[in-house]
Design a protein around this ligand. Sequence first.
Ligand SMILES: [Zn+2]
Length: 315
Amino acid sequence: MTSMLPWPKEYLAGAGWINTRRLLDRLTDAARRGALPGTILLLGEGGMGREAVAVELAAALVCRSAATRPCPCQTCERVRRAVHPDVTIVDVLPGKSEISIAQARDVATTVALLPFESARRVIVLTSAETPPLSAEAASALLKTLEEPPAHVTLVLLAANPARVLPTIVSRSVALRVPGPQPDELARLAAEVNEISLEQARMLLEGGLDVVSGGTEAADRRQVVNQLIRQMLTGDVLAVLRLGALSRQAPDAAAMALGELLDIAREGAHEHAEAALDAATQLIHAVRRHAILRTELEGTLVGALAPLLTGCQRAR
Ligand SMILES: [Zn+2]
């Protein structure tokens, strides 16, 4: 059976996780009561539940069966393969680097049409972050986001709200998608890597790769250290810069971890505790990235973003 989903199929595993299930139940319940917001912003790391929530919510909204969820009907199955005419998934097109203004205009046209088969139409935007959502595309979407027609639900995905334009955030209801519990994560890692559950647990508890040497790496380490120090002063741009750096140099993640641990070791440092928390987050996030092949940039940004709010709270 063909699938048109823009993600690997294991991104839908989250539909079975206990905490994502609870979020889905709350959302479908709100839909039943007519209380579902028109535009929902799902926050979370790629592959860690947000795609599963988006797809299962879309299925629940277009499904006409009375079966308990997750529903096995043909309609829901078509949504899960992204071949249902009333559910549109908007992603960066092959060979492009951003979601274009033309795609945003298509969304505006699509929402104006009545659904073909169901009572509702659902649009899922795979990234509400800029980039890949260009600023022009975002502004072309604003009117739709503000007042979607009554038959439309828009679901936007993002790792970090700091990378979503404020005009979009203000027009959506943001929900943080809970990730998997350790056992659920181990089961997923076992499946993705075709290894035993026991091996997957060991892999998830194992150490990270040591950073390679060389002068280029030493320069990079300096840049990373500086970015981390900037993050501790609440500098949002530093998080984004580190994310961008990781695209060319994946070892930036391990370097960031080293610097955070150094700060945590300086017990007297005012941000020692926040640095330790961030280091812990980062270890888990980078392991998930390595094992589940999630996208590194979003993983890094998602793990380090709480460092910023942590510092602001501490001040
Ligand atoms: Zn169904």
